[in-house]
Design a protein around this ligand. Structure first.
Ligand code: ADP
Ligand code: ZN
Ligand code: ZN
Length: 756
């Protein structure tokens, strides 16, 4: 190692004021021991308190007179070092999502501190059987009961677990010591890393791929071997064989001596999925998820570093497992919102995986039955290569779907949650002993107002997004701040049946008990899945036929396969259609497609009932027909017209303020930065170059106040992501200046790019 004089270090304080490298002298005692990524302890501030940090650069260039620089104290005992690639990824993250460098560094570090490897102690026999026999005979003569016990055991087993010896055999340390001195045994300590995959299964033979599957595997593998690295999107309904394709790609990459990361949303990462990978790849597969202890997580990273495993499966954070030669990243269910982090830096796994793939020269595969508009848009624009899997391999046919118009039900005097059609089909299934899933696609706030008579929904005239009801009855738009007073009569049909939709899963369960007293019901929602295992337990109970009906929120649409489910009822498709979010149509399409896909997975054909006030809405019609391209074509028009992602990019600036007035004031001032009378030249340059920068706000956030902190939003829209990054930089610089003048007490800012 070349020796350097100085280390530039990012310290572990997540505050904008110290968000830069600090330079320290490297004392002779640490010469050669420091490198980028090493966790160190340094003195910091006037009081020189000891604080940890990460070296990000070594240099011989002093930035200050050397005599003024403090010295690094040492490397930290429990700190985990990072790789230089991880530092690069953190730099990319900070640049593209904002936040401090230390927050980015900690995000890309999947295990925050070191854990000692586990130890296994064994007693090992050092001599031949004849010698043991001789020693045994001697012990019998001397009536040494303890020695007799252990020596007889060693006659049949050469190596004994230490716990067995001290436990079951009751051998004391003194006895062992005496045997050791006689040269008969050794006590070994073996270090090992924990493996959370506790499976024992035969490796199975791989199926012969269908032609559709084979084309994908061959194309990608050939391009890979030719040295090309692309991003591929595989659109294929559930059961069309995507996972089998992934495994074909993984095999190729492993054969080249490289490793793979497979991202699967936590909720879909079931025992069955893991077992499938295990059956193909055996002990070379591991898993990392939230049920693992910190020590187990650390161990998986160590195993990856040491080459004990080739494949890691896990949710978003599995991206950061430090493989030495990562070759392939797969993101299954690419459209899932859980791939976006909710903490600063609010990174998206899809974009971050692309950045990581670039750093590592790896290939990225995205898969989904209902791709995000972002991914499909890029595939259409040739940024990604698109493959389609059109057929279910099990031979199961797509279910029959009925769209029920709830306005008609009301007209016909049925005010219940269940339409006549759904009631009939439920009764029939209960009689034939087949299973039913009832699904309430509630998500986020459903504080919208709709007319139960004609389906009218109160929307913002500027943004085409549902207005939300606020305290005091005011109706507000969360994108532009437009507001109006609540309405008592439907502006479209004058009906007084103007309601927020109130039914919850519990009410549905109660109604089932009333209508079908003999039916056995399981319910799955936020209330019934509070404990760690309850989610899996409910699904398992339902799979084992312990209930006729499973009622639940979107949680029930993933995971297990239920071959006996032949009816799926979607109680109110409008719940997700009318959320105050420009992605409402996309979410609805995804949820309905997935829910409908649960019916008729086995031999028996399935039926689906979609209840809605908007039977003519394209999200509902195309979901009923499982027609993704048709949905995409309509949805993208709306995004283009309104400049929403992916047609444009959007930066949400969230202001948190202890005082409501100072939050407003800051919001207004930040806006001025981009206004015609810009305050600084840099801003002007960006605005002029950027052309049509759209700025909306400040408006109160959907949750306008949390823990007495007021929240405001500013949205900035532009076609070019990099322009938005520049906007973020300008805001950050401005805020830093204010902080240094002590102007920003009680205020903080967060950035969210292309918010979900
Ligand atoms: P997806 O990941 O798209 O849901 P899977 O890969 O899980 O699809 O495949 C669905 C089912 O079809 C699985 O039971 C799988 O074992 C089976 N399968 C996949 N490919 C084949 C094939 N080529 N031949 C036979 N069975 C297959
Ligand atoms: Zn109406
Ligand atoms: Zn609006």
């Amino acid at each position: 190692m070349t020796s350097y004089l100085y280390a530039n270090i990012i310290i572990e304080i997540a505050h904008e004021n110290v968000d830069r490298p600090f330079q320290y002298k490297i004392p002779p005692s640490l010469d050669g021991l420091l490198a980028p990524g090493v966790s160190v302890t340094v003195p910091f501030g006037k009081s020189n308190r000891q604080i940890t940090g990460f070296v990000i650069e070594l240099t011989n260039q002093a930035e200050y007179p050397p005599e003024k620089l403090k010295e690094v104290i040492g490397t930290t005992e429990a700190g985990v070092n990072m790789t230089t690639d991880a530092i690069k990824l953190a730099e990319w993250m900070k640049k593209n999502y904002g936040g401090t460098m230390i927050a980015a560094l900690k995000t890309v570090l999947p295990a925050k501190r070191k854990f000692k490897p586990k130890e296994k102690k064994t007693v090992r026999c050092l001599v031949s059987k004849t010698e043991i026999q001789a020693a045994l005979t001697e012990s019998v003569n001397k009536k040494q009961a303890a020695k007799i016990r252990i020596l007889s055991e060693l006659l049949s087993e050469e190596i004994l677990p230490y716990e067995l010896v001290t436990g079951k055999l009751h051998i004391t340390a003194a006895t062992l010591n005496s045997l050791k001195l006689q040269g008969l045994i050794a006590i070994d300590i073996i270090h090992y890393y924990r493996n959370p995959v506790k499976l024992e299964a035969e490796q199975n033979s791989r199926p012969i791929l269908s032609q559709e599957q084979q084309i994908i595997v061959d194309t990608v593998n050939n391009e890979y071997r030719a040295g090309n690295r692309f991003t591929y999107l595989i659109r294929g309904i559930t059961g069309s064989g995507k996972t089998e394709v992934y495994m074909g790609l993984i095999e190729n990459v492993i054969a080249l001596g490289k490793q793979c990361i497979v991202l699967i949303p936590e909720i879909a990462l079931t025992y069955q999925t893991l077992l499938r990978f295990y059956k193909r790849f055996g002990n070379r597969v591991s898993v990392i998820n939230s049920t693992l202890s910190s020590g187990e997580k650390y161990d998986q990273c160590e195993r990856a570093k040491r080459g004990e495993i080739d494949i890691i499966i896990g949710p978003r954070s599995a991206l950061f497992v430090p493989f030495p030669d990562l070759g392939l990243i797969i993101i299954d269910e690419e459209h899932e919102i859980s791939y976006k982090s909710e903490q600063t830096p609010r990174y998206h796994a899809r974009e971050t995986a692309a950045a990581l793939a670039k750093i590592k020269n790896a290939c990225l595969i995205l898969g989904s039955a209902t791709p995000s508009l972002e991914a499909y848009y890029r595939a259409k624009n040739d940024e990604y290569r698109l493959f389609t899997l059109e057929n279910r391999l099990s031979g199961a046919v797509l279910p029959e779907v009925y769209i029920v118009d709830l306005r008609e039900e009301l007209k016909n005097g049925n005010r219940q949650i269940f339409s006549i059609k759904l009631q009939e089909l439920i009764t029939a299934r209960l009689n034939s002993g087949e299973q039913i899933m009832l699904f309430l696609n509630r998500r986020g706030y459903s504080s919208f107002i709709s007319c139960r008579s004609c389906g009218f929904v109160l929307k913002c005239p500027h943004c085409d997004i549902s207005l939300s009801k606020h305290r005091g009855g005011k109706m507000l738009c969360h994108y532009c701040g437009y507001g109006q007073s609540d309405i008592k009569l439907c502006p479209s049909c004058n009906s007084k049946y103007l309601l927020g939709f109130k039914a919850g899963t519990q009410q549905i369960e109660e109604l089932i008990h009333k209508l079908w007293p003999a039916a056995k019901v399981l319910r799955m929602d936020g209330d019934t899945t509070k404990t760690k295992d309850s989610y899996g337990e409910i699904l398992a109970a339902f799979a084992n036929g312990k209930a006729d009906i499973l009622v639940g929120t979107q949680m029930i649409v993933k995971g297990h396969d239920f071959p006996n489910v032949t009816l799926v009822g979607i109680i109110a498709a409008d719940l997700s259609l009318n959320i105050n979010d420009f992605r409402a149509g996309e979410r609805t399409f995804q949820l309905l497609t997935q829910a409908a896909g649960r019916a008729g997975r086995g031999e028996k054909p399935g039926e689906v009932v979609i209840q809605t006030y908007r039977p003519d809405h394209y999200s509902i019609i195309h979901a009923a027909n499982q027609n993704y391209p048709a949905f995409y074509n309509e949805e993208i028009l709306y995004r283009e017209l309104a400049s929403y992602p992916p047609a444009a990019h959007m930066l949400a600036v969230l202001i948190n303020a202890e005082k409501e007035s100072s939050g407003w004031l800051l919001g207004e001032e930040l806006l001025k930065l981009f206004g015609k009378t810009s305050l600084t030249e840099t801003v002007n340059e960006v605005v002029i170059k950027a052309g049509k920068l759209q700025i909306i706000g400040p408006v109160p956030a959907p949750v306008a106040k949390i823990n007495d902190v007021y929240r405001f939003l500013i949205f900035i829209k532009h076609d070019n992501y990099d322009i938005l990054v520049k906007c973020k930089d300008i805001l950050e610089e401005n805020l830093l200046r204010r902080r240094q003048q002590n102007e920003m007490t009680g205020i903080s800012i967060q950035f969210d790019f292309d918010p979900l």
